[in-house]
Each structure stands twice: as structure tokens, then as C-alpha cells.
Ligand binder design. Structure first.
Ligand SMILES: Nc1nc2c(c(=O)[nH]1)N[C@H]1C(S)=C(S)[C@@H](COP(=O)(O)OP(=O)(O)OC[C@H]3O[C@@H](n4cnc5c(=O)[nH]c(N)nc54)[C@H](O)[C@@H]3O)O[C@H]1N2
Ligand SMILES: Nc1nc2c(c(=O)[nH]1)N[C@H]1C(S)=C(S)[C@@H](COP(=O)(O)OP(=O)(O)OC[C@H]3O[C@@H](n4cnc5c(=O)[nH]c(N)nc54)[C@H](O)[C@@H]3O)O[C@H]1N2
Ligand SMILES: [Mo]
Length: 682
């Protein structure tokens, strides 16, 4: 994407650049993203809130930063370093994510840092690490996809969430057969059907049974017994016998009764997968955001391994990433348990390396802290943090059981939010810091293929606005660190983070800034001896010490909450084309608001009738945790037992008022995609 002056009102206009992932296309959000640079309520001065009156007033940067440092130092003396928490984001550049992690551990000395990526790809990341010893969204360039005969896409709706990807999944002419697994007939599912593919429509939270049922069929139909596949499994994997045994219990009729996917559809999908010479299995949030998300992604990976796909040319498994820097954001050390380079905070070698780069001893590095949902839950409690700094997230809207989260945020003694607009979380803050947006600062991002991309500022931030890096430097110095430890120039940060990642899974140490600037496709790992990077991983061996990929077997289990007589329907949540996440950004763009102005709930017409509501009427959706007011949208292709709400709206329309904070035991990802509700007329 390039930015040129001359859009509406003299702001920048966005024009797509020819690039392999987007093939020159951009979604509506992309076309209108420049509007946000000049949003009427864009923040341009630090704000300080008077707790007694609730009023905010504009203050100078010095006053704001001095005030924050004084308060944080005071709380630290009073309650210890873990009294201050940090909440980061997959929207941050690699450099900002790295400095934020360093700020928490070095300037604050706290273990209490995590980020919104915990809500995002963490289950796929955990399953990928478990299976392959490494987690990179796509371990191959995205352009490989269009060579496939069959692609199974579980729990993703790229036609709305990543439109440019559709060009690779369904290229004109020779198209892979797409099998879309989604409880809803999404535009992606429609594209699959148009192209001669299939749509499997399971009940929310039953993917694990579905994947086991498909594996069962692959075995019983003989697809796993070709010499190539048997050879692949015996030389390149471990754990097959157990995986096959787990699937043996999932005969088609049983799978149908749990998932609602017919035996005929199951058979057809298994044949399409089993007979394809080149195939991919891809997963998105729909399959991950469950209290069993990691095991579910493992079950999808098992299908791919059974067919010998991962680590072979023209086939594979991949996870579709989310936020702007969803991949890089999970590698740079803003996670509760992680150091830069996708290293573990408890790995002595990694501690030694990062401590050396930071000029401290490994003992000075705090240990692991709480994961996002638990961190938010602990705010303002007896043993929880008393203060928090939020950089790049809006958890008052985007976290599960959001009204409770807003309560926890209010219970803090001190909340600081850095943002460019007054988000719902910023409205609760004691200090709000106005920061620069993507078009106004330099940095790098890492895309779903592990490819590092360089971004240069296209324009200066408005007067009064600072970059996140500047802000963190200003705070660190006031907290007693040296200014050189917190560079505010992105290139200097990149030069520092490279050695900090050396030897980690996501090794950036050989990243050459000149090659990067020239736009070369540089996919990590980029160790010093391989500066051209690694577009395709696993071709010779997987990243576990024995070089083998591992099947991980788990049986199906129910969602944490199932429909019952009081809450008879499944609710699932997700995205629409026009809005982004909590909506903090897109609800400020008039064209997008005009297209999708208000909260709604998708319901099958018969289900609507039974609940006494009808198309266009206001309704209440009620769960054990809260109530949402939303307009009914009758959709004939919906399952009778399921309603869908987008999570882009705040207040009374906030889908997360309903969601269940039940966590996956491995990834700590919350169950955004299924809870029990009832529908009533409002
Ligand atoms: N327009 C738009 N684009 C975005 C974003 C946005 O907010 N708006 N956000 C970005 C981010 S951060 C992310 S993470 C990605 C997310 O991209 P996706 O994963 O494509 O998005 P979702 O809509 O959350 O979920 C995908 C689908 O999962 C389905 N689903 C629900 N429950 C289940 C289930 O139990 N099993 C299965 N198989 N499917 C289920 C939903 O019906 C939905 O269609 O999108 C990115 N792109
Ligand atoms: N019910 C339900 N809930 C969900 C999901 C779901 O599918 N269903 N999906 C989950 C997923 S996948 C995700 S990723 C999360 C997203 O959740 P959030 O990250 O909380 O959502 P955003 O709206 O992207 O909030 C980002 C905020 O940071 C600001 N911001 C953006 N970039 C920067 C920056 O560089 N610096 C600073 N300082 N601020 C910045 C934006 O203006 C915005 O206010 O939501 C999760 N919540
Ligand atoms: Mo996400």
C-alpha cells in the first residue's frame, strides 16, 4: 500500500501497491483507513482526568509523563513491581512490541505484561508449536496456495476478514476446491460453493468432533494407506497410532449427531481431501476461540499430517493471522511468558542472551506473569495490579465478559491509555496519551508468511502527537532508566532487537536493513548465516529436536457452556467486512458507519418466529453474563440453533457482554465463539 497526498480534504489517499499477498487489491477498510488520520475526535493533547469530577483537561506532555511516573513509582514502592501491569497489542510494529516488553521488564520490573494477541491466534500458535516445534502462520509463501487441488478452511471468513487472500484461494480460472467449515453460510462459504467446493456447517464448538470424524473416514476409506503417506508418517512424524485410535471412535453417524454435518457431506469432504495430490488445511479464529481451541487446531493439523501435507512442496497446514502485526506481535516479547525472538521467558539461554543485550543480569529479568484474561480479571483486586498501561488495545469492548472487564478497569487506582482516538478503554483512563498512527511512523511488521515488511512514515503526526516509542522513552527516563536504553527511532530499535532474537525460533539476527529497504522477500528465521531468510519451512525436517512432527491426540469435549432450557441457543461472534475489531477505528469512518451502522443479530427466520421477533425488529440477546440489544437480521441459511453477533459495537450492543471467559488450558484463549443465549423481543 502506498500513501499519496490528495485524498478528500487534502488528507492522504491510499492506493494499493502490487504485492504478492494482496495482488493489488484492498478491502473497503483499507481504502478508507486514511480518513482516521483526520478523525474529528482524534486526540492531539495528553488528557488528565480528575477522579472526583470525572472531568478531563488537556495538559502538557511534561506534566502528563511526570504525573504518570510519580504515580507508578509510588505504587511500586507501596505494593512492589507487580502492582503495575502493561497490556500490549498485535497492532504494534515489531519495534514497539519489543520496546514495550523491555519497558515492562526493565523500566517497571514487572512480570505483569500480556497483550490482545492472547485473544487472537494463541491456540493455533500453541498447536503449531506442539506439532511442528515452531509457529509461523503460513510456513510457505501465500502464493503457493493457488496451486492446490483442495483447500480445507476451518473457522475463517477471509472474504470479509482478508479479502485479498481470496485471490489465492479462488483464483480466476484454475481454482482449488474450497471446503469451508463454518456454522454460518458466509461470503467465503458462498464462494466455495460457487467454485464447486463445499460448505460444512457444524454447530459452534464441535470442530474437534468434525476433524476426528473426517480423520476416521480418511482411514476407513483407505486414503491414509498410500505408500507415500505411510512413508511420510513413519519417517517424518510421531504419534500416529494414538491419533488413529482417537479417531476410530468417530464413525460418520456419531460425528453427524454431534456436529450436525451430514454423513454424505462428511464423505464428500473426506474424498476431496484424500484424493487431492496437493492440499492445504487452513484454520482461523472460528476454530480457535474455544476452551478447547488448541486441541481443536491440533485435530485439524492431524488431518494434514495423516495425509502427509506439512513440510512438502505445494501442500501444508497454515493458520491465518489477524491484526496488522499479528505474527510479529507474538514474537517480540510482549507476552506474559516470552522474550524477544519467540523465546521462552523460562529458558536460561534466552534469558542470558536478552539480559546481555539489555545490559543487565538474567536474575534482573522478572518471571512469567498472568495471561490476558486472567490479568484483566485480577485488576484492582487484593493481589492483582493496581495500575495499568494500555498500548494498542480496547479491552473494555474486545475482552470476553466485557462489562466485568470495564468494572475491573475502573477498580484500578491508575489507568494510562495510549491511543489516537478516545476508545472506550481510554474513556476510563486517568491519563490518555495521544499517539501517532501507522502512516505517521516508521517500523516493521511481519505478515502471515513470516515475511518482514518495512513501513516508512508518509506524513508527520499532527502537532502535539508523539509516537509510542517516544512516549515509552519519556516514561522510562522518568522511571530512572537511561535514554539510550529506550531508543525512539525505529531503525535503532530494529538494530537492537536483531541480536536479542538470535537463536530464538523467530530469529531476526541476520535481517539486513538494506535488503529490507529494497523490498526483498525476507521470511524468518533470518539467522546471521542465512540473510536471505526461509520462505518455506520444514521441507527437510520439522523444528522439534528429532526433526519429526507430532500428532497430538485429544478426544472431543463439550463447550464450557451448552444450550439448555433457559438459554436454548448457541451464540457465536465474529466480524463483518466494514468494521475492525472493537470498532474504535472504523466507527469513526462515515462510509463504514453508513454501511453497517448498528449492532445486529443474525437469526434463522423460524428461530426468530419462535422467539417472537422478526426481521428488523429490536431484540435482546441474553446470556448468563449480560444482555445485548441488537436488531434482528433474518438469515435463511443460519442453523436453527445458532445466532451470530459481530463484536464491533460498544455499550448495549457489545457482543462481549454475552461471551464466556472460559479459557483454553494451554493457550489461555477465551471462548469467544460459543456461549448459550436466549433471544427475546425488546
Ligand atoms: N473486516 C475485518 N477484517 C478483519 C478484522 C476485523 O475486525 N474486521 N480483524 C482481523 C483480525 S484481528 C483477525 S483475528 C482476523 C479474523 O478472521 P476470521 O477468523 O476470518 O474472523 P471471525 O469472523 O472472527 O471468525 C471466522 C468465522 O468463524 C466462524 N465460527 C464461529 N464459531 C465457529 C466454530 O465453532 N467452528 C468453526 N469452524 N467456525 C466458527 C464464524 O461464523 C466466522 O465466520 O480478521 C482480521 N481481519
Ligand atoms: N466476541 C469476540 N471478541 C473478540 C474477538 C471475536 O472474534 N469475538 N476477536 C478477538 C481478537 S482476534 C482480537 S485481535 C481482539 C482485538 O481487540 P482490540 O485490540 O482491543 O481491538 P481494536 O479495536 O483493534 O483496539 C485497538 C485499539 O488500539 C488503538 N491502536 C491501534 N494501533 C495502535 C498503535 O500502534 N498504538 C497505540 N497506542 N494504539 C493503537 C486503536 O485506536 C484501538 O483503540 O478482539 C478479540 N475479541
Ligand atoms: Mo485478531
Amino acid at each position: 500500500m502506498t500513501l499519496t497526498p490528495g485524498g478528500p480534504e487534502g488528507v492522504l489517499a491510499v492506493t494499493p501497491r502490487e504485492f504478492p499477498v494482496n495482488r493489488g487489491g484492498l478491502c473497503q477498510k483499507g481504502w478508507t483507513s486514511a480518513t482516521l488520520l483526520s478523525a474529528p475526535d482524534r486526540l492531539t493533547a495528553p488528557l488528565l482526568r480528575d477522579r472526583a469530577t470525572g472531568e478531563t483537561r488537556e495538559v502538557s506532555w511534561d506534566e502528563a509523563l511526570d504525573h504518570i511516573a510519580t504515580r507508578l513509582l509510588h505504587l511500586r514502592v507501596e505494593h512492589g513491581p507487580d502492582a503495575v501491569a502493561v497490556f500490549g497489542s498485535g497492532a504494534l510494529t515489531n519495534e514497539k512490541a519489543y520496546i514495550l516488553g523491555k519497558f515492562a521488564r526493565l523500566a517497571l520490573g514487572t512480570s505483569q505484561i500480556d497483550y490482545n494477541g492472547r485473544f487472537c491466534m494463541s491456540s493455533a500458535a500453541a498447536a503449531g508449536n506442539r506439532a511442528f516445534g515452531l509457529d509461523r502462520g503460513l510456513p510457505f509463501p501465500v502464493t503457493d496456495l493457488s496451486g492446490a487441488e483442495t483447500i480445507l478452511l476451518a473457522g475463517a471468513n477471509p472474504a470479509e476478514t482478508m479479502p485479498p487472500l481470496m485471490g489465492h484461494l479462488a483464483p480466476a480460472g484454475r481454482r482449488p476446491r474450497l471446503i469451508v467449515v463454518d456454522p454460518r453460510r458466509t461470503p467465503t462459504a458462498e464462494a466455495a460453493l460457487r467454485g464447486g467446493g463445499a460448505h460444512l456447517q457444524p454447530a459452534p464448538g464441535t470442530d474437534l468432533a468434525l476433524a476426528l470424524g473426517l480423520l476416521h473416514l480418511l482411514v476407513t476409506e483407505g486414503h491414509t494407506r498410500t505408500p507415500r503417506r505411510e512413508g511420510y508418517r513413519s519417517t517424518r512424524t510421531s504419534g500416529w497410532a494414538q491419533a488413529r485410535r482417537a479417531a476410530a471412535q468417530w464413525w460418520p453417524e456419531r460425528t453427524e449427531s454431534v456436529t450436525g454435518v451430514s454423513v454424505a457431506d462428511l464423505r464428500q469432504a473426506a474424498t476431496a481431501l484424500g484424493t487431492a495430490r496437493r492440499a492445504y488445511v487452513l484454520t482461523g479464529r472460528g476454530t480457535e476461540q474455544h476452551s478447547k481451541g488448541t486441541d481443536t487446531v491440533s485435530a485439524w493439523i492431524n488431518l494434514a499430517l495423516a495425509l502427509g501435507l506439512p513440510g512438502t512442496e505445494g501442500s501444508g497446514y497454515g493458520c491465518l493471522t489477524g491484526q496488522g502485526n499479528g505474527q510479529g506481535g507474538r514474537e517480540m516479547g510482549q507476552k506474559a511468558d516470552q522474550l524477544p525472538g519467540y523465546s521462552s521467558l523460562t529458558d536460561p539461554v534466552a534469558r542470558e542472551r536478552v539480559a546481555r543485550v539489555w545490559g543487565i543480569t538474567p536474575e534482573e529479568l522478572p518471571g512469567p506473569g498472568r495471561a490476558a484474561t486472567e490479568l484483566l480479571d485480577a485488576l484492582g483486586t487484593q493481589d492483582g495490579p493496581a495500575a495499568m498501561l494500555v498500548v494498542g488495545a480496547n479491552p473494555a469492548v474486545s475482552a470476553p465478559r466485557s462489562h466485568h472487564v470495564a468494572e475491573r478497569l475502573r477498580a484500578l487506582r491508575f489507568l494510562v491509555v495510549a491511543d489516537f482516538v478516545p476508545s472506550e478503554t481510554a474513556l476510563l483512563a486517568d491519563v490518555v496519551l495521544p499517539v501517532a498512527q501507522w502512516a505517521e511512523e516508521d517500523g516493521t511488521m511481519t505478515n502471515l508468511e513470516g515475511r518482514v515488511l518495512r513501513r516508512r512514515a508518509a506524513q508527520a503526526p499532527p502537532p502535539g502527537v508523539r509516537t509510542d516509542l517516544d512516549v515509552l522513552r519519556g516514561l522510562a527516563v522518568r522511571l530512572g532508566r537511561r535514554a539510550e536504553e529506550f531508543p525512539s527511532d525505529a531503525d535503532t530499535v530494529l538494530a537492537e532487537l536483531r541480536p536479542a532474537t538470535a537463536g530464538g525460533a523467530a530469529d531476526y539476527s541476520g535481517l539486513d536493513p538494506v535488503r529490507l529497504a529494497a523490498g526483498e522477500p525476507l521470511h524468518w528465521p533470518l539467522p546471521a548465516h542465512r540473510p536471505a531468510g526461509t520462505p518455506r519451512l520444514f521441507l527437510d525436517r520439522f523444528a522439534h529436536p528429532d526433526g519429526r512432527a507430532r500428532f497430538h491426540s485429544a478426544d472431543h469435549r463439550d463447550a464450557a457452556e451448552l444450550p439448555d432450557e433457559h438459554y436454548p441457543l448457541y451464540a457465536t461472534t465474529g466480524r463483518v467486512l466494514q468494521h475492525y475489531q472493537s470498532g474504535a477505528q472504523t466507527r469513526r469512518v462515515p462510509e463504514l458507519v453508513a454501511a453497517e451502522p448498528e449492532p445486529y443479530v443474525e437469526v434463522h427466520p423460524d428461530t426468530a418466529r419462535r422467539a417472537g421477533v422478526s426481521d428488523g425488529a429490536p431484540a435482546r440477546v441474553v446470556s448468563r453474563r449480560g444482555t445485548v440489544r441488537a436488531r434482528v437480521r433474518e438469515v435463511a441459511s443460519m442453523r436453527l440453533d445458532t445466532v451470530f453477533l459481530p463484536f464491533h459495537f460498544p455499550g448495549e450492543g457489545a457482543a462481549n457482554a454475552l461471551t464466556n471467559p472460559a479459557l483454553d488450558p494451554v493457550s489461555r484463549m477465551p471462548e469467544f465463539k460459543v456461549c448459550a443465549v436466549r433471544l427475546e423481543s425488546a
